[in-house]
Design a protein around this ligand. Structure first.
Ligand SMILES: [Zn+2]
Ligand SMILES: [Zn+2]
Length: 516
């Protein structure tokens, strides 16, 4: 995920289907979501639970999309339960859990209020419905692995439905193999435009709610982004992919990744495209190359991971690599973005004592404004994105530019993405790094990932024949600020020039099979 604010939170969600692949032993659990009177902002939900013997416990997630406890149960009202004999007793057990006593097929009904724009929220109003299913649909903790079916009813005239599930039965209903898959499948309902991408080797469509300035140019630039990342990673890991764009002043801001889709909101073309380059790369990094610490998902409380510097930060490295290598940016834009990123990082006092791993663990504090201040925290986006570039430089230096961070990503995809096995956080990242570099990465991880040694910009940037210049600006309003300018050293050696060209164009000196 990515926010458009200066420093931010994020979170995401994932699904490792293997973990919940138990065959369903019951009939399908069915939800009906009514959009009647959308101006009231209430999703009217009925949940039909078959095969209940004595009682059933249901819960609303406390978090989803963002790594932030948001207590979706606080939006739920008038929970009722019944079966064919009539109303059933219902007891609330804690802030997000209810128990219904009864048997047979039990129906639970409630309303839930949502009127927040953007990919990290849900909204029902007279213009559209957009929802992340985990924000409005309860689950049964003991039956999360069962098949689910969703019917959408009382859809206002003229609205279309875009689901991001493959198994859509018809336009007003869809299915999921389990609750985690459902939670990862946002839905847009409204009067949107549909554009199919061409010139890409995969089925990708763009749903647009709002009016981008230049839809044709947006489409062709999006095609270049997808095409580059698909070729980088060796093909599409999905059957069908959907970009859901919300464009405009009141559309919200940011992007959220899903296994077969992304929801993105922004005002400008540049914003939409850089978010797209980021979210599309999450197809691999975090959705399929997934840290074990995020599996299985615990919807009831904080889920701690030390790997967001890699899952989010290195995805940001690839966001910029993609913009550069697909020709949307020139190299001056890339260098100035890199310089700004170092400036952001080095201006935060907490960079000296909060490691990339600690910043990942503390993501749950990002809802507190004190925590976001520069002397309290550093962003795992910024620190992680810089670590991506440093790792790339280091791998290329060690291997005489025959291997790169790209090879490390592809090796992770082979070993973890394609096998469905989650990686053991630092342990596996370091191991795959060492295999790729033909050299132990332990010291790098000790110093810069788990530790807080100052980043070795001068030394590492020199591998690519880059010079880094610190420019101190002093002003009465802002105090002293240091800007960083990256430039190319004209006196660079052949090796330095090769590494530089390799980073800028995404190539290595000669094809060397990536480790498996
Ligand atoms: Zn992200
Ligand atoms: Zn919409």
């Amino acid at each position: 995920m990515r926010f458009n604010l200066r420093f931010f939170p994020h979170a995401l969600f994932g699904v490792l289907l293997v973990l919940f692949a138990a065959p369903s032993s019951f009939a399908t659990i069915t939800y009906q979501i009514s959009l009647a009177h959308p101006e009231q902002h209430l999703f009217h939900v009925s949940m039909m639970i078959p095969s209940v013997e004595g009682s059933v416990t249901v819960q609303m997630p406390a978090w989803n999309a963002l790594y932030e406890i948001r207590d979706f149960a606080s939006r739920v009202r008038e929970v009722k339960a019944s079966n064919e004999s009539g109303p059933l007793p219902i007891e609330k057990l804690d802030k997000q859990t209810w128990r219904v006593t009864g048997k047979g097929t039990i129906t639970i009904q409630y309303d839930t209020f949502w009127d927040e724009p953007g990919p990290f929220a849900s909204q029902l109003n007279s213009e559209h419905a957009f929802f992340n299913p985990a924000m409005i649909l309860m689950y049964i903790p003991a039956r999360r692995a069962e098949d689910l079916h969703v019917d959408l009813t009382e859809i206002p005239n003229g609205w279309k439905v875009a689901t991001t599930q493959l198994k859509a039965d018809d336009e007003h209903s869809f299915a999921a193999r389990n609750y985690d898959e459902l939670a990862d499948s946002p839905v847009e309902i409204g009067a949107f435009a549909v554009i199919r991408l061409e010139n890409v080797p995969a089925a990708i469509r763009l749903i647009i709610h709002g009016k981008p300035e230049r839809p044709e140019i947006l489409k062709s630039k999006l095609e270049r982004i997808c095409d580059y990342e698909l070729s980088l990673m060796g093909g599409a890991p999905f059957e069908r992919y959907t970009f859901i764009f919300h464009v405009g002043e009141n559309a919200g801001s940011g992007g959220m990744e899903h296994a077969n889709a992304t929801a993105i909101a922004g005002r400008t073309e540049n914003m939409l495209l850089s978010l797209s380059a980021h979210e599309f790369f999450h197809l691999w990094n975090v959705k399929r190359v997934r840290p074990a610490s995020l599996e299985p998902v615990d919807y009831t409380k904080e889920q701690y991971t030390k790997s967001l510097w890699f899952a989010e930060g290195v995805t940001s490295t690839y966001e910029r690599y993609t913009l550069l290598r697909s020709g949307l940016w020139n190299k001056d834009m890339f260098y100035s973005a890199l310089g700004r990123q170092i400036g952001d990082l080095e201006s935060r006092a907490a960079n000296a004592w909060q490691s990339a791993e600690q910043s990942s663990l503390d993501t749950w504090f990002e809802k507190y404004s004190v925590y976001l201040q520069g002397d309290h925290s550093v962003s795992y986006y910024t620190k992680g994105a810089m670590l991506g570039v440093l790792l790339d430089l280091w791998i290329r230096e060690q291997t005489n530019d025959t291997r790169s961070l790209d090879d490390m990503m592809r090796a992770l995809n082979e070993q973890f993405g394609k096998t469905g096995k989650p990686y053991r956080d630092r342990e596996d990242l370091e191991a795959v790094c060492s295999q790729t570099a033909n050299h132990s990465c332990k010291e790098f991880f000790d110093n810069y990932v788990s530790g807080t040694k100052p980043f070795p910009y001068d030394e590492y940037f020199s591998f690519a024949g880059w010079k880094i210049r610190r420019v101190v600006h002093a002003s009465p309003q802002m105090g002293t600020q240091t800007a960083f300018e990256i430039s190319e050293d004209d006196a660079a050696s052949e090796k330095q020039k090769r590494i530089r060209a390799g980073i800028l164009t995404g190539t290595t000196e000669k094809a060397v099979a990536a480790p498996n």
